[in-house]
Structures are given as structure tokens and as C-alpha cells.
Design a protein around this ligand. Sequence first.
Ligand code: MV4
Length: 448
Amino acid sequence: MINKVLIANRGEIAVRIIRACRNMGLRSVAVYSKEDSAALHVKLADQRICIGEGPAKNSYLNMDSIIQAAININADAIHPGFGFLSENSEFARRCAAAGIVFIGPSPEVIDRMGNKSQARNTMMQAGVPVVPGTKEPVYDAEEGRRIADSIGYPVIIKASSGGGGKGMRVAESGEDFEEAFNKAQRESANAFGDDTMYIEKYIVDPRHVEVQIIADSFGNVVALGDRDCSVQRNHQKMIEESPSPAISAEIRKKMNEYAILAAKTVGYTNAGTIEFIVSPQGEFYFMEMNTRIQVEHGVTEMVTGTDLIIEQIRIAAGEKLSFTQEDIIPRGHAIECRINAEIPEMNFMPCPGKVTHIHLPGGNGVRVDTALYEGYTIPSEYDSMIAKIIVHAPNREAALQKMRTALDEMVITGVQTNLDFQFQILRNPVFVEGKADTGFIEKLMQIK
Ligand code: MV4
């Protein structure tokens, strides 16, 4: 039984989880850093505990502080949200050791998917399509070169402990290989304390398409359709939509089936995402699995009519999923724009500060997830994402128009934001035609 949930996060996702708790009749506990004492999640939760200083390592990443807070206030469970400790298996283990339910997958599954080379190997064994490349980790440039020569160039060298684009290098030819490998390996050793690498054929101009899955502890795994997240910059997503405009019904069906196979293979429980890349020819390959709720979960909720946070909590409490695969009939089209406090013209430099006035869009099929309020000061310590606008309409064209209306209506003064930049993307012919690949933003910035 779960009666009280501590939310080990901040910002809009903390607010999202507090609301889900309230809707389930559960008590919620906010934790916050000194920097965040005026934050919305602190005001909205039933109870609140300060867990340390502003820098995340002293608060939102401080496992001792968070677990002690949960014990002191008698919380039964901890929801980690995304980022911070959400994919930290040690944290999941320490929650369990303290008798607190970690709302997420088991620490063993987090570890198994956290090692990207191992995840790739596991998926290969299970028959999930992976990009042609190495079966085992690679330790040195000489060995890597032989393998790369046999794969054929270009290749991409990735860190086993990487993910989300860290510790990656492309080698265009054999001559490039040694330097690229050594750079990627050094970066990986420094960042993760792990120098094991793997190599894949480099897919040029791919799309990023991912499948949301959710699994309970009774062996039920449900796929909730795909999201296209190709519009990103430096591996930070800017726009996500469901369904992807890039794949056929046939590919969609296969991708959802493989996502279920991937989850079943590792005994996955709770919410997770299987990330694929899709080549311009329409071939798709497993990339990695994210073992957490994601920023963009709302687009899936809109097209499937589900509440993924509620399901996460139910599953963690040992209950069954409230729906079956047959219940999931995706309807219409949803798009999300991430709104950041930043200056696009200055290389997207963060722009923290006081919000002097705010107006949020609304109406039929318009959802805004944010922790902003008038007079709030956005701190410089944390992520610059301050709101997510999500719209839902019967088809993509109507969703695009609804998003333009919403972006146009939204007002934030006091800080600069990417609202205008997002509006420009929503009018860009390449994006409007559904043809934006993962290089879209980079190409857009070159034209300017
Ligand atoms: C790739 C790739 C092309 N070929 N792997 C980047 C982050 C990580 N999730 C996987 N990434 C990539 N892996 C092969 N074999 C291109 C990328 C990639 C990318 C992928 C998804 C979304 C945006 C991206 C931007 C640059 C590179």
C-alpha cells in the first residue's frame, strides 16, 4: 500500500506528480533546495522538506538527504521524476533498503539498460533490430579499427556508459578512426570512469522515433505508440509529436511489437521508453532504453487517453495496469513544444530571472505543464525548461494550427524565451511537411 509519496524532483514534473497524487487520494511531500523555497511544487504539496543547498549535488542529487527526509516524514514511496536520480540504480537500491518503494523499474533493470553496449547485446540476442556493429565491448583503437573496416564507413564510436549523445564520435574513414576512437574513449573515461566502447555503422540523417511502454508486475506489457523527437539541438529535444509523420502503419506496428519484446526480454516493470533511429530509407534500429518517465510523456497521454503517472504509482503499489493493449486506440495527433528561458540568438544561452507577467494559452485540447507563476524568479541553478505546451487535435494539420494559436497567445515577460523560435519552426515548410530529421535545427541555424 502507498499512502504518501515523496517527490524527489522540482519544477513542472514535480507539480505533475503532486497533482496525480491528489487525484489518487494520496498525500504528497515536496523536497526542495534553499534556492527553491518559493517554487510552486513546494507550495502545492501537502508537506515539504528542505533537503540542502542550491547546487543539485547538495539537494536533488543527495541520496542520504532525500531518503532521510522520506523516513522522517513517513513516506511509503519516492517518485524520482526525470533527470536527477531517476536512472540511478544505487538510489533505487537504497530506497528498497530503507523500506521505501522506488516508483520505477528494478535496480537490476536500470543497470542492464544503463550499460548501452550490454543493452545492445541483449536486444540483439532477443531479435530486436540493432544497427550493424559490434557484439562485444571494444577496448582499444587497434581492435576497433579492424571491426570498423569490416563494418564499412562511416561508423559511430559510442561509450558503453554513455547515452543521450555523451562520449560519441563519428569516423568518416579508416584514416579518421584512431583519433575519433581515442577522443571518444578519453571523454568516456573522464565522464563515466569507464573506457569500454562499442561501434556501429553510422546512419546519416536519421529520425528519432521512440515507443512508450508500461509494464506491471503481473507480466502485462502495453505499448502506447510512438513519439517523433527528431527536432532537437545538442541532444536536447525541442518538439515531440505522436504519431510520427515519418513512419508507415506497417513500421509502426513492428516498432510497437519490438518495444514490447524488448521490455519483456529484460523483465521490465513501470514506465519506460525504447528509442529507435529510423534511416531515410525507413529501416529502424534499437538505440537505447530510457528507464524513467520522460519529459514528453504528455503527448502519449493525449493520444491514448491515459495518465502515465497514475499508472506508475499503481504499478509500484503492486496493482495491475488499469488497461490492456486492446484498450489502447490512439486517437488524433498531439504535439509538444518545450518552452525554455533562453536566448536563441545568443546560442540558446539560459536566461533566468523574475517573471513579471505571464499568460498561459488554453482551450479545447490545449495542455500547459509548468511550475511558473507571476512574480516567480527562475533560478540559474537548474534546467532552463520552464513550460511544456501540448496540443491535441484530430489530425496533424489541425494540431499544428492549434500549436501556432497557443504559442501566439502565450505571454511571458521579465525573461527571454524560445517562444518565437518555436513559432518559426511551426511555420517552417520542412517541419510542416513532417520531413525534419535530427539535423533539422543545425541546418536551420546555418541558413540564418
Ligand atoms: C546514432 C546515430 C547514427 N547512427 N547511431 C545520439 C544520441 C544517442 N541516443 C544516439 N545518437 C545517435 N546514434 C548510429 N548508429 C545518430 C545519433 C544522433 C542522434 C540520434 C537521435 C536524435 C538526435 C541525434 C543527433 C545526433 C546524432
